[in-house]
Design a protein around this ligand. Structure first.
Ligand code: ADE
Ligand code: ZN
Length: 346
């Protein structure tokens, strides 16, 4: 990598904002802003159980992951039509483009929506159309990762995979999300094996609230290529060694960890220690409408709290391209844009 010119503390936020980057951990349902939630509810003849946008935002205070998931699930009830899914994804993609995201791999799930009568076809077709438009109109490449909900059964995950199979060409991978504690990855070993046979990439949330053992089993039982969150890995030196040796990327979400009380403050977050340990960490927004910021907010707030510098910014952006599921040629092109940006930044 190129030798970086010094960047002053005052210029660092601007560098982080304008730096080319990829986002690899963002749940599209978690990008649904209160304004759009109310608009979609009105369009569909539904109501939101809060007086207005401000009242809804005030409710976004969470003690842990489960408290968040309960509120998040309520928000998904306004999503009914293919156009709703398109509009939600398009709003996120415009925000991502403004944050200089050049590539994004978007998490979504179908089980939440089929659970209240919306078909997987409606969900996938709406999201996919937005991804196509992002490439054409925003110059952002976007792909989709179907997450299974780990609090539901293996049989239900198989059903979700089967419903998504006619849309395989619209998916880049599968993931595992929802309530982590009490739902270890190995419950889904057979589902992930089937997804792998279908040619899909594999990722899983592990070590967000759950123990390092869940990261081990995501790697060894599910055979995932990336770990989502993974911050609890730092409690297990043998696991850190494994993640570093195999260069397994970790999609870290600092503001999410703060809002869900995984860390009491951003200043106590372990992102800097992960980078020091040689881990392929990346910075992501998780559920930006709920956690107080999109990817650039995650960068700027975390860098300020941990006193990270331009070199860390370069490393994290470079990791985001390296950890993505785009082909080698596209990776090289993005890496080149990153190098060029750092060489010419004033
Ligand atoms: N679904 C949406 N956000 C999530 C998170 N942070 N952890 C697990 N599942 C999620
Ligand atoms: Zn997540």
């Amino acid at each position: 990598m190129t030798l970086l010119k010094p960047v002053s503390a005052e210029r660092l936020p601007d560098l982080l904002k304008r730096m080319p980057k990829a986002e690899l951990h963002m749940h599209i349902e978690g990008s649904l802003e209160p304004e759009l939630m109310f608009a979609l509810a009105a369009r569909n003849g539904l109501s939101v159980p809060y007086a207005d946008v401000q009242a809804l935002r005030r409710a976004y205070v969470f003690g842990n992951l489960q408290e968040f998931l309960d509120v998040y699930h309520e928000g998904t009830l306004v999503l009914c039509t293919e156009q709703d899914f398109y509009d939600m994804a398009w709003a996120y993609l415009q925000r991502a483009a403004a944050d200089h995201v050049l590539h994004t791999e978007i998490f979504f799930d179908t089980q939440t929506h089929t659970g209240h009568g919306v078909s997987a076809d409606v969900v996938i077709n709406g999201l996919h159309r937005a991804c196509l438009d992002a490439q054409g109109q925003l110059g952002v490449s976007a792909s989709l990762i179907l997450c299974f909900l780990r609090h539901l059964s293996e049989a239900e995950a198989f059903e979700a995979l089967e419903q998504a199979t006619p849309h395989l060409d619209k998916l880049v991978g599968v993931g595992l999300a929802s309530s982590e504690l009490g739902h270890p990855p190995e419950k889904f070993t057979r589902v992930f094996a089937n997804a792998r046979v279908l040619g899909l990439h594999l990722v899983a949330h592990a070590g967000e609230e759950g123990p390092p053992a869940y990261i081990w089993s995501a790697l060894d039982a599910l055979k995932v290529e990336r770990i989502d969150h993974g911050v609890q890995a730092m409690k297990d030196p043998a696991l850190v060694e494994r993640l570093a040796k195999d260069q397994i990327p970790l999609t870290v979400c600092p503001l999410s960890n703060l809002k869900l009380r995984v860390f009491p403050t951003l200043a106590t977050h372990n992102l800097g220690q992960m980078l020091d340990a040689g881990l392929v960490a990346t910075v992501n927004s998780d559920d930006p409408a709920y956690f107080g910021g999109y990817i650039n907010e995650n960068f700027t707030q975390t860098f300020a709290a941990l006193q990270l510098g331009a070199q860390h910014g370069y490393q994290l952006a470079s990791n985001s391209f390296e950890a993505s599921f785009i082909d080698k040629t596209a990776k090289l092109a993005l890496q080149h844009r990153l190098d060029e940006f750092f060489e010419t930044f004033e």
